[in-house]
Design a binder for this molecule. Structure first.
Ligand code: FMN
Length: 177
């Protein structure tokens, strides 16, 4: 698959079949995602894969305010936990008044969804989540931060690949020469 085909095929999938995702597939997605770049290579995150019966119990943590009801059908989730940025990254952030951590997490999540798609799995990045509920679920401190969760599974037979709705390129892109 060309990179363009991969980008066009990857979409937010909001319905999943009963087909399971293996523990090995989840580990491989996470291994590939750790190849993502991060500011001063600080890799300020941890990844948790939630699979099988545990995923069914986990779904409620991404269904706050009535959102993501479809997540109940999702066979697995990858949870990103925010870590502490390295000292150099923190110094750089202060100096440049830029928070790199959310940028690092965003890039990581892009790697996760594209690695999964390349392995024939579908995903949805989830910003609607209950961080306290996730911390409790994972047995971590109440203050732990989980900026994103990724739903991972198989789209059901016939689930359409939607046309991408994106702004016209000339609204986003300018060539200077
Ligand atoms: C940071 C972030 C948070 C998101 N949160 C949710 C969410 O909670 N629920 C959901 O269904 N989609 C969520 N999405 C998916 C976006 O709605 C989706 O990426 C966008 O509409 C473009 O569609 P596409 O992913 O199918 O190309 C999120 C995407 C990002 C990048």
């Amino acid at each position: 698959m060309s990179i363009e085909q991969l980008f066009l095929k990857r979409q937010s999938t909001r319905e999943y079949s009963d087909a399971p995702v293996s523990d090995e597939q989840l580990e491989e997605i996470c291994r590939l995602a750790t190849l993502a770049p991060s500011a001063v290579n600080s890799q300020p995150y941890k990844l948790y894969a939630v699979n099988g019966e545990k995923a069914k119990q986990f779904a409620k943590n991404v269904q706050i305010l009535g959102s993501n009801k479809w997540a109940s059908s999702c066979p697995s989730f990858i949870v990103i936990q925010e870590g502490k940025p390295a000292i150099v990254e923190r110094l750089g952030q202060r100096l440049l008044k830029t928070e790199f951590l959310p940028i690092d997490v965003g890039i990581l999540s892009a790697y996760i969804v594209l690695a999964a798609e390349d392995m024939g799995l579908q995903t949805c990045i989830l910003g609607m989540r209950d961080e306290k509920g996730i911390a409790k679920f994972l047995g971590l401190d109440e203050g732990a931060k989980f900026p994103l969760v990724i739903a991972v599974g198989h789209a059901p037979e016939g689930y359409p690949v939607r046309e991408k709705k994106r702004n016209p390129l000339n609204e986003t892109y300018t060539l200077i020469k």
